[in-house]
Ligand binder design. Structure first.
Ligand code: NAD
Length: 288
């Protein structure tokens, strides 16, 4: 049997620790007379995966002592009704973070970009508003998308010095690839963003001290490509041919070479909800 050399970055355990820290901070703030932080969750339609995601987010609110205001709209409610609900939540002083679960149902008049732009940027718990994405580009303080924020928290946990390191991000989505690349740049990494048209993905990954894989293709990044000692953060959530949940990285082989690696499940995934709560608390008590 081959022995694994990498240290496993346990996102489940770290997320539990972050939630405990948030809980302590909220308890202390409430005791000092602050208003309870509140997250509004909005779901449109019946998509089962979205229902599970929102249920987990609501449960996490409860766990840390945050208020949750929940709205369910039928798939046929339509864009105007959804925008009315967002406007109502924008005006509600007890709501500090607003999350509209995506994707919105197909076959209706929904416009996701218009919905994201309608959310008050100060209450943008997901960090998807274009104003906040622009702020991220300029390294200004603003809500940061939750999955990239979770990746950076996991990276910090390794204690690895990031300055001057070569980071390779595979994937260029607005919610993961691009924001995580900007955050790595803020940490003084030399960043390369790879995507579906990258000429030689293997060569790029082979040179990387830090790899972030956010593609959605099971085990696309082969273990043999990983530079010995590299930090590997695997954002992907896929089912392989055997129906098993796997990431975008060939985990067992990558763990033979990496210094640190996140598993799937139990790596980046649990950090996403913890960072959503952190964003909401920062919006509620910006001076805390
Ligand atoms: P997306 O589909 O929006 O983007 C995928 C990106 O991968 C694109 O930029 C594309 O250019 C790139 N790509 C596609 N094929 C490629 C290839 N062969 N080589 C190199 N690049 C390629 O996806 P996303 O929303 O960024 O999500 C990526 C993955 O992360 C998915 O598996 C998703 O389920 C997962 N995800 C997980 C979390 C979490 O909390 N853990 C959160 C968001 C997304």
């Amino acid at each position: 049997m081959q022995s694994s050399s990498a240290q496993i970055l346990d996102g489940k355990a770290l997320a539990a620790r972050v939630r405990q820290e948030l809980r302590d901070q909220i308890d202390a703030g409430l005791a000092a007379g602050r208003a309870r932080p509140g997250l509004a969750t909005v779901i449109v339609g019946e998509d089962p995966a979205s229902q599970v995601y929102v249920r987990n987010k609501r449960r996490a609110c409860e766990e840390v002592g945050m208020a949750n205001f929940h709205t369910e709209l039928p798939a046929e409610a339509g864009q105007a009704a959804l925008l009315d609900e967002v406007a109502r939540l924008n005006a509600d002083g007890a709501v500090h973070g607003i999350l509209v679960q995506l994707p919105l149902p197909r076959g209706f008049d929904y416009d996701e970009n218009a919905v994201l732009e309608a959310i008050d940027p100060a209450k943008d718990a997901d960090g998807f508003h274009p104003l906040n994405q622009g702020a991220l580009m300029q390294a200004r303080r603003a809500p940061v998308p939750c999955t990239p924020k979770g990746c950076m928290r996991l990276l910090a946990e390794t204690g690895v010095e990031t300055s001057g390191k070569k980071a390779v991000v595979v994937g260029r989505s607005n919610i993961v690839g691009k924001p995580v690349a900007l955050l790595l740049l803020q940490q003084n990494c030399t960043v390369t963003i790879c995507h579906s048209r990258t000429a030689d993905l293997e060569a790029e990954v082979r040179a990387a001290d830090i790899v972030v894989a956010a593609v959605g293709v099971a085990e696309l990044v082969r273990g043999s490509w990983i530079k010995p000692g590299a930090v590997v953060l695997d954002v992907g959530i896929n089912r392989n041919e055997a129906g098993k949940l796997v990431g975008d990285v060939e985990f067992a082989a990558a763990a033979e070479r990496a210094g640190w690696i996140t598993p799937v499940p139990g790596g980046v995934g649990p950090m996403t909800i913890a960072m959503l709560l952190a964003n909401t608390l920062e919006a509620a008590w910006p001076d805390a």
